[in-house]
Design a protein around this ligand. Structure first.
Ligand SMILES: [Zn+2]
Length: 426
């Protein structure tokens, strides 16, 4: 009897990543801007999925479906673009990843309820228990806001952190949004760690004296849960308004700024489907409404993503620069420098620049461009580190989660201070 249970459990585990059978993943290594742009240009044609963006002279990681393997290889050979196989069998690698994460989970101490551990990736309930607990324990500084439920009914939760109840008009507001893309599991720890450093372990009082903070750790809870329980590479929301067979919209293509003009797909099943209209998703409306509610004082908006070790700014649709480009670049470099000083020798150094130019691929309807267009002077997309930090399978090795959370916080803190000095009222 016991053997039967064991066999059932094992087959359930191995059935999990069946949808990725026959997929392969490749490192791609463009050496010129032309090659980088070319890799961007074949994304939609070959239905490629970049898990980590390449830059010139830095590897990217791309998923290739079985039906496009041959053409992918011949196209890269024709163009003289270097590549090598990362995972010969994506499904098998994902099974290995699961084992690794599970083994790590069982070897670690169990985490007390409401504590946020940084030694492994965290399911939604652990993150939510943590922010509920922080709000309960520090009512003078923290306000928990649940503005709406997700499409599938999870509460969307964010924290307002302030030593003056958001009532001091001279303070600048910093908004950190994370995980509009479901599968980017390294993003929530950077958001919860920011909460930790502002509430539980405030070592730099200036950050509360001069700033009010809004931190939204999981903007897309439906997709986040789905990426844990069903499809590891799920990126979109889970709404079914436009399709029931291919649910979901790319939240970071759903904002009303050059919406659905470039770098999106009209294929409802594509990972970068922009939705049937701007702000069709409750999850993106929540982000929009936070931006507008605090626009008069918001000096910096950060959208946390992975992977790539990049700090990216406007404009993403055409690669042109905004009239704040100098400040965007200078503060971006300050954040990257602070991260570098606190990073590990084998982590790649951050690239800072215009998102279209750095990744070689245009994107429209992205949140950082929307925020900047409506008036947030400093607005960035962070692509957090993956490679160099002991990239195992399709994850940053969990042993480096704490490192990434800590070093990213150093960047955020420096960015906030520079944003306040440049654009604040104090
Ligand atoms: Zn992303």
């Amino acid at each position: 009897m016991k053997n039967w249970v064991w066999i059932l459990l094992v087959s359930a585990a191995f059935a999990k990543h069946e949808e990725y059978a026959g997929w392969k993943s490749y490192f791609v290594a463009p050496t010129t801007q032309e090659q980088l742009e070319f890799l961007g240009s074949i994304r939609d044609v070959l239905d490629l999925d970049y898990l980590s963006y390449a830059t010139v002279d830095r590897n990217g990681l791309v998923l290739v479906k079985p039906e496009h393997q041959e053409e992918f290889i011949s196209t890269l050979n024709n163009q003289g673009i270097n590549y090598r196989v990362h995972a010969e069998d994506v499904k098998k690698q994902l099974d290995n990843d699961d084992e690794q994460i599970e083994a790590r989970r069982s070897s670690l101490r169990s985490t007390p309820e409401g504590e946020m551990p940084y030694d492994n990736y965290q399911p939604l309930d652990v993150i939510y228990n943590y922010i509920d607990k922080v709000a309960e324990q520090y009512p003078d500084v923290v306000t928990l806001v649940t503005p709406a439920n997700s499409f599938e009914g999870y509460p969307i939760k964010y924290l307002k952190i302030s030593s003056s109840n958001f009532e001091d008009p001279t303070k600048s507001v910093i908004f950190i949004e994370s995980t509009i893309h479901a599968r980017e599991w390294i993003a929530p720890p950077t958001a919860t760690y920011a909460i930790h450093k502002l509430v539980e372990n405030l070592t730099d009082p200036e950050l509360l004296e001069k700033f009010d903070w809004i931190i939204l750790p999981v903007a897309n809870p439906d997709g986040y849960v789905f990426s844990f329980e069903t499809s590891r590479f799920w990126r979109k929301t889970r709404s079914t308004e436009f399709s029931t067979s291919c649910p979901g919209v790319d939240g970071n293509r759903n904002f009303d700024f050059f919406w659905n003009t470039i770098g999106t797909s009209s294929n409802l099943c594509a990972d970068n489907y922009a939705g049937g209209r701007p702000f069709s998703e409750v999850e993106t409306r929540v982000v929009r409404d936070i931006i507008h509610e605090h626009l008069d004082r918001m000096v910096m908006y950060l959208s946390m993503h992975s992977y790539g070790s990049m700090i990216l700014y406007s404009w993403g649709h055409d690669g042109s620069l905004s009239n704040q480009a100098f400040s965007l670049h200078s503060v971006g470099i300050s954040m990257a420098d602070a991260i570098y000083e606190n990073s590990l020798p084998h982590f790649p150094r951050y690239s800072v620049g215009n998102s279209r130019l750095v990744v070689g691929y245009a994107a429209s309807g992205i949140s950082a461009d929307y925020a900047h267009a409506v008036g947030v002077p400093l607005s960035y997309t962070y692509e957090l580190p993956g490679f160099g930090g002991g990239f195992v399978g399709f994850h940053l090795n969990p042993r480096y989660i704490k490192q990434v959370a800590e070093e990213t916080w150093e960047g955020i803190a420096v960015g906030a201070k520079r944003a306040g000095a440049l654009f604040g009222n104090q």
